[in-house]
Design a binder for this molecule. Structure first.
Ligand SMILES: [Fe+2]
Length: 365
């Protein structure tokens, strides 16, 4: 299967992955053939992209660090505690601890695999999916740093709940396209302290975990908020959370801008190394990211175009690629596979966006 923008979806294409709402309900199930009505409905719901099987890369499965069920459960749990928090001072966070344990267990058993963030979210459920992706990115970084299960759990709980203070911030302000005024930004900034206030009053939440909510907008050079903490004064969990938070935000489509590709987003993080992020943690973080995720269409230095069929941790810029067209953009039928870890003279020079992913560019003759 491969991922395409919804606007490139055509009637008859078969859905490769189920699309879920934030509440875990299936909006459209895997295997359904798209119709104009379905495409319209997905458009209304703000679904930016879909996985499809269209005869081109149907045998390619996108490897996941966690199962679809675990992801849906995690998203539901986060939504549930965020909503409880609006209604009451006393929230049962045990469910989030259990979810964090499950995420850590599954991530540990798939630790050799880089992360292909493959979930597709509607604009409305941004927060919940963002928390789950962030937790996964943080856990993989923790694993790379040699964290034990307990550390992974506390880190994951912290990242799952890092933005819980946002339930007390005006929603329109949070979703406002474009720049916030100084006054508006001051209001949004309050969410870190508010989150900390909530979490620290619950005994099932480790205090270090609560500090992830408090410190996730601090920056390595001291220019962050709310306290302007610097370097190692920011707890390591919060320094990891900052990386996961920014990376996932960049790679997610928002109402006001398109998503960055994993490659572009990692470049942004690298550009902010030392200023925003801890450079050592950044290294551990990046080695888990599939910069050219499975199912993406890439151009090689040879001029050939291919689809990524496998990626490996720590060698994420050198995937295994199946060649689709020759250098003249003519379709090839050989199904040749090129392993860029072996063919070191070749490199990926361009990740075709999902916009121009309508291969074949020139039909096979
Ligand atoms: Fe935040």
């Amino acid at each position: 299967m491969r991922k395409i923008l919804l606007k490139s979806a055509k009637t008859g294409m078969v859905l490769g992955k189920t699309i879920y709402s934030a509440s875990g309900n299936a909006l459209l199930a895997v295997g359904v053939a798209l119709t104009p009505m379905f495409i319209n409905r997905l458009n209304e719901l703000g679904v930016p992209a879909v996985y499809v099987r269209d005869g081109l890369c149907d045998d390619i499965e996108i490897p996941e660090i966690i199962s679809e069920l675990t992801r849906v459960d995690a998203q539901k749990a986060v939504k549930d505690v965020f909503e409880q928090c609006i209604r009451s001072d006393k929230v049962n966070f045990n469910i989030v601890r259990n979810i964090a344990n499950n995420l850590a267990d599954e991530a540990l058993s798939n630790r050799e695999q880089p992360i292909n963030l493959t979930d597709i979210r509607t604009y409305d459920d941004y927060n919940y999916g963002h928390s789950v992706n962030g937790a996964l990115l943080a856990i993989m970084t923790g694993i790379a740093l040699g964290y034990n299960q307990l550390q992974l759990r506390d880190l994951a709980v912290g990242v799952l709940l890092h933005d819980i203070g946002k339930v007390f911030i005006n929603k329109e302000l949070l979703n406002k396209p474009g720049k916030l005024t100084t006054k508006e930004f001051e209001e949004v900034k309050k969410h870190s302290a508010k989150g900390f206030e909530i979490l620290k009053t619950h005994e099932e939440i480790n205090l270090l975990t609560a500090h992830v909510a408090f410190q996730h907008h601090e920056k390595y050079d001291g220019s962050g908020y709310p306290r302007g903490l610097k370097g190692k004064d920011i707890h390591e969990y919060a320094r990891i959370a900052a990386l996961a938070d920014v990376y996932d935000a960049l790679t997610t489509e928002r109402v006001y801008r398109k998503a960055y590709t994993p490659f572009q987003a990692t470049q942004v993080l690298i550009d902010c190394s030392n200023s925003h992020f801890d450079p050592t943690l950044l290294k551990a973080f990046i080695q888990n990211i599939a910069v050219y995720p499975v199912g993406s269409i890439v151009t090689l230095t040879s001029g050939e175009i291919g689809v990524v069929i496998k990626t490996r941790r720590e060698k994420t810029k050198r995937p295994l690629v199946r060649i689709l067209t020759d250098k003249n953009k003519k379709r090839v039928s050989s199904m040749e596979e090129v392993d860029l870890t072996e063919k070191t003279e070749l490199q990926v020079i361009k990740l075709l966006s999902e916009d121009d992913g309508n291969i074949p560019l020139i039909p096979r003759t």
